[in-house]
Design a protein around this ligand. Structure first.
Ligand code: F6R
Length: 256
């Protein structure tokens, strides 16, 4: 795991945007795994501003709420089109987001997994982290080998996401999410976390034991995972100074 701590969320986001921009320039038909939520908003704004060529890029989103239409303003379909896709030249046929209205959810999930494999696997997965350590909507105690499937949100996540729906009681309880096993097969994982609310989950994920009680901790086992933090989300790390030193003293050939 590589821990990149920057003074602000904007600075950390810029480093992540640079890595994605380079991938899209080196591999125009790259396969991106994408996340929603507050965290990647500024990342998407930066990517839009970079005016990259998305014509051949394929995308797979991590998750979607079950039971709401893609047109619902809080669906992750709406989120992605509003905040990224409609601003770049991505082809609609290359965009994949779980279908929250799928009639046969297990079948849909199985097909989603197969589409990822058919696309050649995910080159780079963008992740946020829940205050409880979830990645995608793989809540605490999710199997570390799980695949795309239905999950039930925890009371904590319902509370955290109430802001988007105007009340906890309005947040759908069920979701489709890529599994932890699916995420672990991405060739590269970039996890972004900003603000003091994420500090505990980040410290547990990075320096705690690898445990399903903090699903993001599984990234310790991933061969190419980078964690982008601002000062607030990094505040509880025991080795923060070490990570800062490592990043500031990267040999030229290792810089991104
Ligand atoms: C969303 C997702 C979630 C969020 C996490 C953090 O697609 O996969 O894991 O990344 O809940 O959400 P924010 O960024 O809103 O704090």
């Amino acid at each position: 795991m590589e821990i990149i701590i920057q003074p602000s969320a904007e600075a950390a986001t810029s480093v992540a945007a640079r890595i994605i921009a380079r991938l899209l320039r080196d591999k125009p038909n790259a396969v991106l795994g994408l996340a929603t939520g507050s965290t990647p908003l500024s990342l998407y704004r930066e990517l839009i501003a970079l005016k990259l060529d998305w014509r051949k890029v394929r995308t797979f989103n991590l998750d979607e709420y079950i039971g709401i239409s893609p047109k619902h303003p809080q669906s992750y379909h709406s989120f992605m089109w509003e905040n990224l896709f409609r601003h770049v030249n991505v082809a609609g046929k290359n965009v994949h987001i779980p279908d929250g209205l799928a009639k046969d959810i297990p079948k849909f999930c199985d097909r989603y997994e197969k589409k990822i494999v058919a696309a050649g696997g995910i080159d780079l997965q963008v992740l946020g982290i829940g205050t409880d350590g979830h990645i995608g909507f793989n809540e605490q105690t999710s199997s570390l080998a799980s695949r795309t499937r239905i999950k039930t949100l925890t009371p904590q996540t319902l509370k955290d996401n109430a802001r988007f729906f105007g009340g906890e009681d309005k947040v759908p309880h069920h979701v489709i999410t890529m599994g932890i096993g699916t995420i672990m097969e991405a060739r590269q994982n970039l996890l972004l976390a900003f603000g003091s609310k994420k500090a505990r989950a980040v410290a547990e994920a990075v320096e705690g034991p690898l445990t399903a009680m903090n699903p993001a901790s599984v990234l310790q086992w991933h061969p190419n995972a980078k964690v982008f933090l601002d000062a607030a989300s990094a505040a509880r790390l025991k080795r923060g100074e070490y990570y800062r030193w490592v990043y500031d003293h990267k040999p030229a050939w290792q810089q991104f």
